[in-house]
Design a protein. Sequence first.
Lengths: 95, 113
Amino acid sequence: MSQLQTYVDHKVSVIMNDGRLVVGMLRGLDQTTNIIMQGCQERIFSEDEGVEVVDLGLYMIRGDNIAVIGLVDEEADNALDLDSLHGEPLSPIKH
Amino acid sequence: MLFYSFFKTQVGQQVTVELKNDLAIQGTLESVDQFLNFKLKDITVVDEERYPHMMSVKNCFIRGSVVRYVQLSPPTVDTALLQDAARREAQSTQQQQQQHQQQVSKSTTAASS
């Protein structure tokens, strides 16, 4: 996807079809939105506790499983207080 | 290809894209491609209290396969023109199919004789 090329080597936040959210450095992609991400961290949202962060490492995610790729504004992201951030877990994509 | 062309006319407009996981993202349409993948800028999530997942994201790419609805602002859409274009596209695909069938039947009669 040439329109995604501008996100390469930037920090992105990916929402997957099962509702999980993964943040990491976008390193590569192809025309079917398969992507390679480095230094991935999963952010697990819950209503009564802060955001839990799990280190995952290098991931290749198949395009079929990707819903949204968000370009992370690092300044805004660093200002986030994940420990006190509450939110509903996202529902999985239902086709 | 009609809707790809249509969405290209909407570039720069404010749209709300509702996904198949009920998340709705509002933003300015930056670009669209043949798969109807969307790129939005200056986004906000509708009901951000409930879904704070995208708080540090301003620009995003939405995969066409997960889009349920695209909400547009009515004044930007010429529905009469769109209807007419849809009708013409349906007509031309029908004609193409008929031509193709004629060619196939011609070549099969030629082969049997």
